[in-house]
Design a protein around this ligand. Structure first.
Ligand code: SF4
Length: 260
């Protein structure tokens, strides 16, 4: 090894932890996620999975030696199906095994249909600093067509509970949904911005192979219509960012052609 490479400071590291279970598989989802009712004893599975994750981390330690961890993301699937105790065990082992920065951002994805106040208190106690909520829409008809397990009311309650417990909250939404009109997309964007969360992500619904929607395509807005939705949502987010950005460090993802 040369002198210069020995002196190079290794780049910081982000950890992604996948929890591959959901209450119900959404018809547009091609992520590695499986319905948890297929598991006979979910508590036992949770313990076994936590042990396996810790072993996986121990196995990877030689590859990440010397690198400081500056963020951790629990994604899925639906990580909020896991208990606060399980999340705490994973995080305490990460702290014991790796040089994690004190100010590291630790995010947990949550489904509004699987959360309550006790859950969020437990996650906060475990060390979670940021919650990302899979809202997708505030329109009950669209939530139903997307196979989501929550209602618009539950989404709004979930946001309020999350904002009560965490300073950093992200909302994931989608547009160009089956039978969605421009007015409905605008309503979703305006409702999302009205909560003044610290982050918003809007994704264009895309139909991926190996999904129910791929085999049974729903009627989607035409390309021109979804392009108009994208531009209008972007304008709403920009306007909102301009209003709140200066005083509140509000930041927005660019609208991406992706689904959540
Ligand atoms: S979209 Fe999210 S909640 Fe729905 S099945 Fe996929 S991972 Fe689970």
């Amino acid at each position: 090894m040369s002198q210069s490479s020995r002196l190079t400071i290794p780049p910081p590291l982000s950890l992604y932890i996948h929890i591959p279970w959901c209450v119900k598989k959404c018809p547009y989802c091609d992520f590695n996620s499986h319905e948890h009712k297929e598991i006979q004893n979910f508590n036992d599975m949770e313990s076994m999975y936590v042990e396996a994750l810790i072993k996986d981390l121990e196995y990877s330690l030689p590859k990440i030696w010397g690198r400081k961890i500056h963020s951790i993301f629990f994604g899925g699937g639906t990580p909020s199906l896991f208990s606060g105790k399980a999340i705490q065990k994973i995080l305490s082992q990460i702290r014991a095994l790796t040089p994690i920065l004190y100010e590291a951002e630790i995010t947990l994805e949550a489904n509004p249909g699987t959360i309550d106040t006790d859950h969020f208190e437990d996650y906060k106690d475990a060390g979670i600093t940021r919650v990302s909520l899979g809202i997708q829409s505030f329109n009950d008809a669209h939530l139903m067509s997307l196979g989501r397990i929550h209602s618009s009311l539950e989404a709004k309650k979930g946001i309020e509970i999350a904002m009560h417990h965490f300073n950093e909250v992200n909302l994931d939404l989608m547009y160009a949904l089956p039978h969605q009109t421009l007015d409905e997309a605008i309503h979703d964007a305006k409702t999302a911005t009205s909560f003044n969360t610290t982050h918003l992500s809007f994704y264009h619904l895309t139909i991926e192979p190996n999904t129910f929607f791929f085999k049974h395509p729903p009627q989607l807005p035409l390309d021109d219509e979804s392009a108009e939705m994208q531009e209008t949502i972007e304008a709403i987010l920009n306007e909102h960012g301009a209003i709140y950005g200066k005083s509140k460090l509000t930041k927005y993802d660019r609208i991406r052609n992706h689904h959540s």
